[in-house]
Design a protein around this ligand. Structure first.
Ligand SMILES: Nc1ncnc2c1ncn2[C@@H]1O[C@H](COP(=O)(O)OP(=O)(O)OP(=O)(O)O)[C@@H](O)[C@H]1O
Ligand SMILES: [Mg+2]
Length: 363
């Protein structure tokens, strides 16, 4: 296990903590005269995950006491002072969707939503915490609310999210045990939208490729519209390289990070990955096309994030295959940071996108 951070022992702000399967990421931000300032960041790599992959153990849940220990080490070593945490809950343990309801006042919606949610949420509604926000309503375009013959019945689109109560309890306990206070728990995708898109209303997609899984989400007018999650990520890529080249996982991991898809690199490395990478591109394209066809809206740009986005020449490969404008997401675009960090920001960006978005949340 190892760490990366820079020390700032003076200031205080909000902590965003992203507990991934490959690593735990922390970003500490403060807000000064309307601008976010980066106070600190840190990463705690969970290296034993590679072995877990090799033996096909279930790697979704690291023992909670290990997570607590990891967070405490990170906080102590990087000199983080803030106590208030916004943590993310991975997409695979939450549920979210967009539903359409008849136009109602916000108060009536608050009453109607738990009933509607029962139809969509796969676990009993008394075992989840529901959260929702109005995306838009067709009544925005109608005047006066009087409906004449032939007028469209006004509806509201509501983004609905459900988090299992036992998960929120678990996160609270983890943070308390680490000496922190869980101020809010948030869906990964919401944090990504906040850090990468901000107030931009144009239709875009975000592809997050982590260790264990990949998620693709389509965002329009600042809200998630559809998302898709599947279990292929950096670990699987490493395994494939190891198999093709007949080397161990740590060697394969090194090849992935140093050679990756570099055109001048060893062909065996890139060839070992292509079917997995092409599957990722295919899935991303499918989700985007589904949305475009259903809504008649064209996606303008794709943001790539997650550790795998750092792979040499991956951006160029993805962009060419998907044939759309693609960039590496930058969660620090609107953040003030010490100028010594400027050189490192491009490399940090994909990994810290969720943690930064969490720390940007108002608590
Ligand atoms: N420079 C690099 N080149 C290629 N792969 C990289 C690079 N840096 C990190 N990775 C890979 O990215 C993965 C980790 O990404 P990330 O930190 O986003 O995962 P995570 O959030 O912990 O996992 P998950 O979201 O799936 O739970 C690992 O498989 C790692 O090998
Ligand atoms: Mg992740």
């Amino acid at each position: 296990m190892n760490f990366g951070f820079f020390k700032n022992f003076l200031a205080k702000g909000t902590l965003g903590i992203d507990m991934g399967t490959a690593s735990i990421k922390v970003v500490e931000l403060s807000k000064e005269s309307g601008r976010f300032k980066l106070l600190n960041y840190g990463i705690f790599r969970l290296e034993n995950q590679e072995e877990a992959v090799e033996t096909k153990q279930k790697i979704t849940k690291l023992p909670d006491q290990d997570i607590v220990w990891g967070i405490k080490e990170l906080i102590a070593r990087s000199g983080i002072k803030s106590k208030n945490v916004v943590a993310s809950i991975p997409s695979f343990s939450t549920f979210s969707t967009v539903i359409s309801l008849p136009y109602l006042s916000e108060r009536d919606l608050a009453k109607a939503i738990p009933f509607e949610a029962k139809k969509y949420v796969p676990i009993p509604i008394d075992q989840v915490i529901l959260d929702w926000s109005i995306i838009n309503s067709t009544s925005d375009q109608t005047s006066g609310g009087q409906l004449g013959a032939g007028r469209i019945t006004p509806t509201v689109d509501v983004f609905l999210a459900a988090v299992p109560k036992h998960e929120t309890e678990r996160y609270k306990k983890i943070m308390n045990a680490a000496g922190l206070n869980l101020a809010a728990l948030e869906l990964e995708n919401i944090a990504l939208i906040r850090s990468l898109i901000g107030n931009d209303l144009s239709p875009v997609a975000i592809v997050n490729i982590g260790g264990r899984s990949t998620s693709i989400l389509v965002v329009n007018q600042g809200f998630e519209r559809i998302s898709h999650n599947y279990e292929i990520g950096g670990f699987e890529i490493t395994r494939s390289i190891a198999r093709s080249m007949g080397v161990g996982l740590s060697r394969a991991e090194e090849f992935k990070k140093t050679i990756g898809l570099k055109p001048e690199g060893t062909k065996v490395v890139s060839e070992a990955m292509t079917s997995l990478l092409d599957m990722m591109v295919f899935e991303a394209k499918k989700t985007i096309t589904t949305f475009e066809n259903a809504k008649g809206v064209k996606i303008q740009k794709i943001f790539l994030v997650g550790g795998v986005a750092n792979m040499p020449s991956f951006l160029e490969y993805f962009k060419t295959k998907i044939n759309m404008e693609t960039v590496i997401g930058n969660p620090f675009a609107r953040v003030v940071y010490p100028k010594e960090l400027a050189k490192m920001i491009p490399e940090l960006s994909p990994t810290f996108s969720i943690a930064a978005g969490l720390a940007m949340r108002e608590v």
